[in-house]
Ligand binder design. Structure first.
Ligand code: GAP
Length: 545
C-alpha cells in the first residue's frame, strides 16, 4: 500500500484532516473527522478496558503469585514548573537542530539523511564543469535513493539521462554521523555547506500563567502524561486501598514542539498518550518488566497487527536511560518508512525508583552506578524536589521502600495510524453484475471499527424502509450503526467496506415475507440469513471475535 492512498482515503471519508486546513494548515497538528474520532476512541477504550478494567489476573513473577490492581487518573496539562525541573525535562528534553542559511529552513539534525556522490558540476554562465564530491541529502522518505538521485541531479545541474555519470560512495546515513557539515548539500539548498552547526532545542511548549505573567511565571504544556501520575502517587495510595503491586493509568494529550513533524500523525506536535506507571517491589521489578513487555506486545497482535510488520525490540545496554535496567520498544513497519525500517509504537521501560526519588529529592544525575542529587557549585541542589515522603509502607511485611516503576507508554495516534495502515486492503470482488471489480476495504478488528453495522433497505418501497428503520433504531442503542437507503445496494456495500464496517444488514423482499434479513461479512463477503429477532445476538457474538 502506498501511504498516499491511505491519506487520500482518510481525508475523503472523514478520518483525518489537517488542522486549520482552510488557513493553509498548521504543520504537526491534525484533526480527527467523524470516523476518525470513533476509531481513535475505540483504540483508547480497548486499551482502557483491557489494561485497566480487565486486570484481575493472577501473575507469578519470580515464582510468587500476585494479583494486582489498576486505577486511573486524569491530570492537568499544565503542571507546576518544578515538576519538569525535577523530572529532567527542563534541562534534558531536547533535540538537536540545524538551520539552512540559504533556504532558511530548520531540520532535526538526526533526520537529515544522505550519501556521498561525486560528479561534474556544471559551471555557471558558460564556466567549465568542475568535479566535486559532496554529501547530498533528503529528509527520511519512503524511497530515499530516488530522492537522493533527484537531489544530486539538481545540485550538479544534470538531466535525468546523465544520472549514470554520478558516482555514489558509501551508504545512506544521517548527517549526525558525519565529522563535519562542510560538504553537505542541505535538502532544500542549491549550494554546499549552508547548514549551521547543530544546536539544542527544548521540545516543551512554553506558556505564561496569569494576565500579568512575566517570564518568571513560565509554565509548560506537558510533554508526557507520566509525571501527573508520579506526583499523585501519594494521593492515590492515601485515597484508595491499592497495595503494591498496582498500576495507575492515564490517557491524555501531550505536546512536543517537534522540529520536523512528519509522516502524517506519526510525529505530531499535539498527540495523545496512553501511559501506565506500574509500582512494584524492587525485587520483583525485573519480572514485572517482562510481564508488561509481553502483555503489551500481545495486545497489538490481538487488536489485529500482524506478526510480520510488528516487532518487539529490546534496547542494547548502551541505549538504556541512566535509570533503566531494561527497555523494549514495540515497533511497526509503517509504509512511509524505508524497507526494513520500523517506527516506535510504544516503549516499555523499567525506570527503577528514578521518578519517585526525583520528586522527593530533586533532579538526579548519574554518578558511576549511583543516582545522586545534582548540585550547583555552591552545594545547593540544582532543582529541589518536593521533600515529601513518597515511599510505600507494606503493612504485611512491615517493610518501607520506594517502589520501582515499569512504564508501558503508548501513543494513541501512532496506534491508530498503525491500525489504519494494517487495515488497508485491496482485493477483487464481484460487482452487482457478477463482474470482478477492485475493492478497497479497511479490515479493522470489529472492536476498533468506527461503525459496527450498516442497515440497508434493498429498495425504498414495499415496506422495506419501515422494517430497516426499526432495525436501525434497535441496533444503534447497542453500537454505532449507519443507515443508508441511497443508490444501488452494491455501491452501498463498497462505501461501508471502505470505512471498515464489519457487517451490512439488508432488508429485502424476503424479509417482508418471513422476517429474516441478510448479514454480509466485510472480509469474506459471505451472506447469511438470520431471523430479525436474532440479529442483535448474532451481531454481538460476531463483534466479540
Ligand atoms: N513517558 C515516557 C514517554 O513519553 P516516549 O517514548 O517519549 O516516552 C511514548 O513517548 C509514546 O508516545 C511513543 O512510543 C509514541 O507512541 C508517542 N509519541 C511520542 N512522541 C510523539 C509525537 N511527536 N507524535 C505522536 N506520538 C508520539
Amino acid at each position: 500500500m502506498q501511504m498516499e492512498q491511505l491519506t487520500a482515503l482518510c481525508k475523503r471519508r472523514g478520518f483525518l484532516f489537517q488542522s486549520s486546513e482552510i488557513y493553509g494548515g498548521l504543520n504537526g497538528f491534525w484533526d480527527y473527522g467523524p470516523l476518525g474520532v470513533l476509531l481513535k476512541r475505540n483504540v483508547k477504550d480497548a486499551w482502557w478496558n483491557d489494561m485497566v478494567m480487565n486486570h484481575n489476573e493472577l501473575i507469578v513473577p519470580n515464582g510468587a503469585p500476585a494479583t494486582y490492581e489498576m486505577t486511573g487518573l486524569d491530570c492537568t496539562i499544565i503542571m507546576h514548573p518544578q515538576v519538569w525541573k525535577c523530572s529532567g525535562h527542563y534541562d534534558l528534553f531536547h533535540d538537536y537542530m540545524v538551520d539552512c542559511r540559504e533556504s532558511k529552513k530548520r531540520y532535526r539534525y538526526d533526520h537529515v539523511i544522505g550519501r556521498f556522490v561525486t560528479g561534474k558540476k556544471r559551471g555557471e554562465e558558460g564556466a567549465p564543469s568542475v568535479e566535486m564530491s559532496v554529501f547530498v541529502t533528503t529528509m527520511e522518505t519512503e524511497n530515499t535513493q530516488v530522492a537522493l538521485d533527484e537531489a544530486a541531479l539538481k545540485f550538479f545541474g544534470l538531466r535525468k539521462k546523465d544520472a549514470d555519470s554520478l558516482q555514489w560512495n558509501g551508504n545512506i546515513q544521517s548527517i549526525s554521523k558525519l565529522p563535519s557539515l562542510e560538504n553537505v548539500v542541505a535538502p532544500d539548498a542549491k549550494h554546499v555547506g549552508t547548514l549551521t552547526e547543530p544546536r539544542e532545542f527544548n521540545l516543551m511548549f512554553k506558556t505564561v500563567i496569569g494576565a500579568l505573567g512575566s517570564d518568571d511565571d513560565a509554565a509548560f504544556l506537558r510533554p508526557e502524561t507520566a509525571q501527573g501520575i508520579f506526583v499523585n502517587f501519594k494521593n492515590v495510595c492515601d485515597s484508595t486501598r491499592v497495595r503494591v503491586p498496582f498500576g495507575i493509568a492515564q490517557v491524555g494529550k501531550s505536546f512536543r514542539n517537534e522540529i520536523t513533524p512528519r509522516n502524517f500523525t506519526f510525529r505530531s506536535r499535539e498527540f495523545e498518550q496512553m501511559e501506565i506507571e506500574f509500582f512494584c517491589h524492587p525485587n520483583q521489578s525485573p519480572a514485572w518488566y517482562k510481564y508488561w513487555r509481553d502483555r503489551r506486545f500481545a495486545w497489538y497482535v490481538e487488536m489485529g497487527l500482524s506478526g510480520e510488520r510488528l516487532r518487539l525490540r529490546e534496547h542494547d545496554a548502551d541505549e538504556l536511560s541512566h535509570y533503566s535496567c531494561g527497555t523494549a520498544d514495540i515497533e511497526y513497519q509503517f509504509p512511509f518508512l524505508q524497507a526494513g525500517e520500523y517506527g516506535e509504537l510504544e516503549g516499555i521501560a523499567h525506570r527503577g525508583d528514578f521518578d519517585l526519588r526525583s520528586h522527593i529529592e530533586g533532579k538526579l544525575v548519574k554518578d558511576g552506578n549511583q543516582l545522586v542529587l545534582e548540585k550547583l557549585p555552591d552545594g545547593q541542589p540544582r532543582h529541589r524536589g518536593s521533600g515529601k515522603d513518597l515511599s510505600y509502607y507494606d503493612d504485611l511485611t512491615k517493610e518501607r521502600f520506594i517502589p520501582h516503576v515499569i512504564e508501558p507508554s503508548a501513543g494513541a495516534d501512532r496506534a491508530t495510524l498503525a491500525f489504519l495502515c494494517e487495515a488497508y486492503k485491496i482485493d477483487t470482488a464481484p460487482d452487482e453484475k457478477g463482474q470482478p471489480q477492485e475493492r478497497v476495504y479497511l479490515k479493522f478488528h470489529p472492536r476498533l471499527a468506527p461503525i459496527k453495522a450498516a442497515v440497508f433497505p434493498l429498495v425504498k418501497k414495499d415496506g422495506m424502509p419501515e422494517i430497516a428503520t426499526e432495525i436501525y433504531g434497535e441496533l444503534k442503542k447497542n453500537f454505532s450503526t449507519f443507515y443508508d437507503d441511497k443508490g444501488a445496494v452494491g455501491r452501498r456495500y463498497r462505501r461501508q467496506d471502505e470505512i471498515g464496517t464489519p457487517f451490512c444488514i439488508t432488508v429485502d423482499g424476503q424479509t417482508v415475507q418471513d422476517e429474516t434479513v441478510t448479514i454480509r461479512d466485510r472480509d469474506t463477503l459471505e451472506q447469511i440469513r438470520v431471523k430479525k429477532d436474532e440479529l442483535l445476538n448474532e451481531l454481538n457474538e460476531r463483534l466479540k471475535k
